[in-house]
Design a binder for this molecule. Sequence first.
Ligand code: ATP
Length: 328
Amino acid sequence: MEIKTIKRIAVLTSGGDAPGMNAAIRATVRAGFFYNLEMYGIFRGYEGMIQNDIKKLESKHISHILERGGTILKSARSQEFRTPEGRKKAFENLQKHKIDGLVVIGGDGSLTGAHLFYKEFGIPAIGIPGTIDNDLAGTDLTVGFDTACNTAIEAIDKIRDTATSHDRLFFVEVMGRDAGFIAINAGIGSAAAATLIPEKKMPIERLVERLKARTKAMKQSNIVIIAEGGKSGGAAEIAEKIKKQLPYYDIKVTILGHLQRGGAPSSLDRVLASKLGVAAVEGLMQGKYDVMAGVINNKVVYTPIAKAIVGHKEVDEYDFHVVKILST
Ligand code: ATP
């Protein structure tokens, strides 16, 4: 494949925001400056690309953002970018600014958009996995996942205080869409009584048996973690079903929700985002197009976007084994 000379790179964040996106923006822009490139920021993801919300970035724009949650470039979900007409408008705007390289920070949807865009217009594009869901193949971890797990565990620790004081049974719903990565980590890290993830079926009867056994064993508190995309429903639905079978329990439901997206990125997310920002710029300069930069076994790797979005990453069987053993 022909390696194009890259002079101007634009970076955007798209889809659900994730802690560490700012660190990824900073690393991308700093790496660009290191290689004497001009760097541009596209605001509000693909929506901003269509509306020409594109600005040249200077050093001052990215100072003191490494440690901040959210994304200074803002994020959005763009329906128009899903249409060929929308993507054509977006491409014309990139041409106006003479942008010849694109870094997309986002989840599987955002990377699907980048893949299509590359196929249609041939503009060198590279992805950085930025999503709390950790549901992308081609990387052990996505930017934002570790912080989201820390936030969930910290919140569950607090819930445990009230659960213990009142002998309550709590159902805590965590994010992750149809992937159970946050749930399984929160389950292990917060000593949950049970963890329900979309990837594994747990019949309600088995959950009831587990809770009865824990009551017999005089366990001080019971916290059940439910992944939001679970097949048996969310925390509220499951709590309702359990209430009917265990009426003596004081049952409460907490949905952690968007809390898990916010906050300063953890050290792990800062380092991951920084490595991937540098890798994205260097990848573009080396002619690695239509790929996602990721980290596998602590080494930076480039995976074709088509593979990263299709290859389903499974929750590790051993993690599931550990959560099962430790919650009985
Ligand atoms: P998260 O996993 O955090 O939700 P995401 O990147 O998967 O992040 P999506 O809402 O799925 O979030 O996608 C973000 C944006 O990417 C969409 O709003 C749309 O503009 C673009 N996009 C997603 N899928 C496609 C597609 N098939 N074709 C073109 N663009 C797409």
